[in-house]
Design a protein around this ligand. Sequence first.
Ligand code: PMP
Length: 424
Amino acid sequence: MTRTQDAALRARALKVIPNGMYGHESVRLLPDSFPQFFSKAEGAYIWDADGNRYLDYMCAYGPSLLGYRDERVEAAASAQAALGDTLTGPSPLMVELAETLVEMVDHADWAMFCKNGTDATTMAMSSARAQTGKRVVLVAKGAYHGAAPWCTPIPAGTVAEDRAHVRTYAYNDVASLEAAVVEAGDDLAAIFASPFRHDAFIDQEAPDPAYARRARALCDEAGAMLIVDEVRAGFRLARGSSWSELGVQPDLSAWGKCFANGHPISALLGSDRCREGAGSIYATGSFWLSAVPMAAAIETLRIIRESDYLEHMARLGDHLRSGLDVAATKHGFTLRQTGPVQMPQIMFADDPDFRVGYGWAEEMLARGVYMHPWHNMFLCAAVTEADIDMTLAVADEAFAALAARRGALEPHPILVALAAATAG
Ligand code: PMP
């Protein structure tokens, strides 16, 4: 596999983009062979700037749900594009999309639209504070809710005051949540929760129903808002609210990434309990009301309701998980496969500095399968049985190649630096 175009683009990027790239899509934290730039995508596949094709288990970090360039969604988007996109006000589609989401997500009585997940989580926080007149917001330690000053995991450029009233508790740990609520006293505005624990670098955890129910009860007792951050997991676990099956209804939920199958739109959904607060905050953006992503969202949501996309992803995810276990064991490796099968986290036992995981990701990549060594992955509905069979055949070769160079594996320098910084 050649990557000369990618190397040339990186060199040019270094001159005109700080560090050549920023945020989680920078390959700085990935194995050295991973390409930075991609030229196209179709279904479950992506092509890098050099034309190398990969089966993509990252789905653009979530936005591709039905597969890239899904024909039905693209037809709806193109039809609207022929009429107009970003206008002086919203198109009628805004009302239809709000009605659709209110119909599909049981706790929701209203919807507001924005662009990125961070917009939606930040609006959730502001709405909760406006509704309650209180300040303290509790988030699970290590959970990702976006890149705004109140929640960015890397605080460069922020000041302590940005998160003066943002405090942490341990996900799934009722006692720690209760203690944080007690500490907030009569100043609790909201509790944030992810649908399941999907933090990077660690095993994923399903939500303990007792934790979810306690979070609801504590919010009720304090008059605070329960916020579920569906940005990453929304519509990959259920056709509506991810906590419905636990019998827990949030007051607010933040959505993004996949509900327009890759078109740029996110949403804050809420119940009547927070309607006034949401209506009082000043929230807007030049592109938030664009019509094309709304057309794409309406069509994506129709397919979500009417197709077996979810069962298909779960079935193939199961096949992938069991097949990988067999292949790993055959070559003397033990995998830690956690999270829902359609959002798998795959790491190795006894691999504290990720050297084995990085080596395996490189071996997979070299054989045309793009997997991530420390972030949860995503299946899309365009993946086929044949794709999974191909992945498993490739994995068998990749484990064999890895076993052959196991003794020579080194940890990635950036992870060593990161571990040192954390320890210090
Ligand atoms: N919340 C969660 C759970 C996310 O996974 C993300 C994005 N990875 C965000 C919020 C922020 O979304 P965005 O990057 O679109 O701002």
